[in-house]
Design a protein around this ligand. Structure first.
Ligand code: SF4
Length: 417
């Protein structure tokens, strides 16, 4: 199987154990049988009576690995290592454990490989270049990519405006080229992409003789209009846009994957009240996951910048990997058309800046640092393209409204400073 890999990404596991704490690991019937047959004893730190359990509400049809009281997988040891891997080898583990943090998406010529930035090693680009892992990735792809995926249709540009794969490939290449001009700040490059997609939305895509040339001319026009970031303070987003944006932030800052308490009514009530406070934007920020302290909402509206070169690099690579792997539209992103998907990605970046501010302020600083941004990227990408809540009609209509009112650009300018 041919695969297309992101050009700029390394990854190896550094045994932080984070993925083994924050995910529910669903297993197949065959994996369940295999794991139950493994001869575990309590002396090895694993209770043989608590290896796998039924997923609540699935009536015995779906299964998952059990968790320790602190949320870690039953097979995770104190050093952050997998006992199953250590004792029976990598292939003994369930498929999700072998797959993480890779993702595979339908692409123009071959499946495209992406990565989950919820893994800190992906965020900081540590490990072996993906190009050197082609063999392992191909093996994984053979297990997870359904046959016939190359025949899946390309995402639309916007509702009712179909694209073929060749056109999508051109659009994605141009987005990659704009994002790749790294002698300019990432905020400016993101604005170029948004401006260019805005023009594309108003231009015809059918009956054009030279589609590639027409795309290139639009991109040159946007770059010429906005050669550098203006120095004056940007206009803030409207009150309504900020209210909707904070609701988006609330969604991204949740962490309620699997723990039993997250299914209780008490938790849901607390969540509801937290979202209400995010909506009002008054008082202190409600804490929805570890590491975020309550801070005044008002303190998150001032400037925390500028971005250091390292922070710029992290965000640039995040955007490039998401774009190259098509992890922002179509089947890889809730079936969203290209423009809606890229606008959502830009809002996710604004959310990363918002959470970076929150982390900095919670640590008593008024300037953000690299560690704030890296943590914020991991928090946001835990959900982006994966959480079912982000695919709901209510969430998507919020993002569409922000785009239609040109508020996405304002959010990027306001929170990226
Ligand atoms: S089985 Fe191993 S790799 Fe999978 S979640 Fe558990 S500890 Fe992590």
């Amino acid at each position: 199987m041919r695969l297309e890999l992101p050009t700029l990404q390394n990854w190896s596991c550094h045994n932080c154990g984070g993925c083994c704490r924050q995910h529910e690991i669903e297993i197949t019937a065959e994996e369940r049988t295999r794991i139950l047959a493994q001869p575990w004893t309590r002396d090895e730190g694993v209770d043989p009576a608590r290896l796998v359990e039924e997923i609540p509400g699935s009536a015995g049809r779906r299964w998952r690995l059990c968790h320790q009281p602190d949320g870690a997988c039953v097979f995770l040891d104190d050093r952050g290592l997998c006992r199953m891997h250590a004792r029976f080898g990598e292939l003994s583990k369930p498929l999700p454990c072998r797959l993480y943090p890779y993702t595979f998406h339908p692409g123009p010529n071959a499946p495209r490989v992406g990565l989950r930035f919820s893994c800190p090693s992906v965020v900081s680009n540590r490990g072996t270049a993906l190009a050197e892992q082609r063999g392992t990735l191909t093996q994984l792809a053979l297990e997870v990519v359904p046959r016939g995926v190359p025949n899946v249709g390309a995402p639309e540009l916007s509702p009712g405006r179909p694209l073929d794969w060749a056109q999508l490939d051109l659009i994605v290449s141009l987005l990659g080229r704009l994002l790749g001009e790294t002698d300019r700040p990432v905020v400016l490059r993101l604005l170029w992409c948004l401006g260019w997609l805005g023009l594309l939305e108003q231009s015809p895509t059918t009956g054009i003789k030279d589609f590639a040339r027409s795309l290139g001319e639009l991109a040159r026009g946007v770059r010429a209009e906005l050669p550098q970031l203006r120095r004056e303070a940007p206009l803030p987003p409207s009150a309504m846009a900020r209210r909707l944006f904070r609701m988006t932030v609330a969604q991204y800052s949740r962490k309620d994957t699997f723990q039993a308490e997250h299914r209780s009514w008490r938790y849901r009530w607390r969540l509801f009240r937290s979202i209400w406070r995010f909506t009002s934007g008054r008082g202190l920020t409600p804490v929805l996951q570890e590491g975020f302290a309550p801070v005044p909402f008002a303190d998150l509206e001032t400037s925390y910048g500028p971005l250091t070169p390292e922070m710029d690099e992290r965000l640039t690579r995040y955007l490039q990997v998401k774009v190259e792997s098509l992890h922002f539209c179509g089947r890889a992103y809730y079936g969203a058309p290209v423009i809606e998907g890229f606008a959502s990605l830009a809002v996710a970046v604004a959310t990363i800046w918002y959470l970076s501010r929150w982390l900095a302020r919670g640590a008593g600083r008024s300037q953000w640092e690299l560690e704030d941004l890296e943590r914020a990227i991991a928090v946001v990408d835990h959900h982006h393209g994966f959480s079912p809540a982000l695919g709901l009609a209510s969430f998507r209509s919020r993002q569409r409204w922000l785009w239609s009112q040109r508020e996405v650009t304002r959010l990027v300018l306001w929170y990226g400073r």
